[in-house]
Design a protein around this ligand. Sequence first.
Ligand code: IPM
Ligand code: MG
Length: 356
Amino acid sequence: MKILVLPGDGIGPEIVSQAVRVLNHLDQKYALGIALEYGLIGGCAVDATASPFPDETLKKARIAHAILLGAVGGPQYDSLPRAQRPEQGLLAIRKSLNLFANLRPAQVFEELAHASSLKNELVVNLDILIVRELTGDIYFGEPRGIELRNGERVGFNTMIYSESEIKRIAHVAFQSAQKRGKKLCSIDKMNVLEATQLWRDVMIEVAADYPDVSLTHMLVDNAAMQLVRNPKQFDVMVTGNIFGDILSDEASMLTGSIGMLPSASLDENNKGLYEPIHGSAPDIAGQDKANPLATILSLSMMFKYTFNRLDISQEIETAVKSVLKSGLRTRDIASKDDAVIGCIAMGDAVITALGK
Ligand code: IPM
Ligand code: MG
């Protein structure tokens, strides 16, 4: 199991080092033969090489079976030219490794349901999977730019999807639904945008291969509303890159704790990039305050999707749940009277819960 570790910026290094401790622990326990390699991405890569995604990192990423990423970005990079911003590193690794299938579960942990901004009964036991297309759409469409037209500046981007791009994400979404509640809701804006009319047409065509999954469609504005009105109506949602970006942030807040949510970005062979969905939180970086659980849960996804070890995947999830049950909380998930522990202590707790 060759794993490339990309700690990144801000709290990235500290959350990733707790996840690496968990990996090493599992490696010893099961003799997995894990080989770790480290690389640079984001702001730290810009500082060292002037590029947010150096060739060296791309080379290592191509060889790896899986990649564990912390977070990228920080205020000191905001004024750099676009090509040097840390976020470009993230977009570049997704595109160059063809990581088109982004899985973002939004799961409410029983012990943390009270932290949601929605009423408890709306979110208790909530378990949604958002399948977001990650290498197409307006994120990468050409032409794009800012230019002078008739004496004024004009900014433009292109929303574009080909049939084959829609098909492959559709298959991932239908197969995910087959393994869960067998309900798939495809999100588009077909009443206005042709690119998403094609999206809907192709979803309907692919549905013929999956008679056991019920497919519904929803316009994105309505989906944004339904997510806060009655989120439990959803099982798997599938959507394009830009709508998925927005809806997955919205869905994460239903769970009350962005510090808990993992993600996977997969290519056609289940090679994957695994990362927490939260950002680099520069305000608390280096203070042992960050929550490492989303990164540790990203390992759980890694064992499930890339290494096909459902047993270990489940074991990690169970360990995290038992740590929550025992009342241990980092600052972001603590209620008023909870005692708060740091990032390292949270890593210790998970390792203890995993047992020898
Ligand atoms: C995400 C992030 C990225 C995106 C940014 C940092 C480029 O918001 O992973 O959702 O827009 O995809
Ligand atoms: Mg986002």
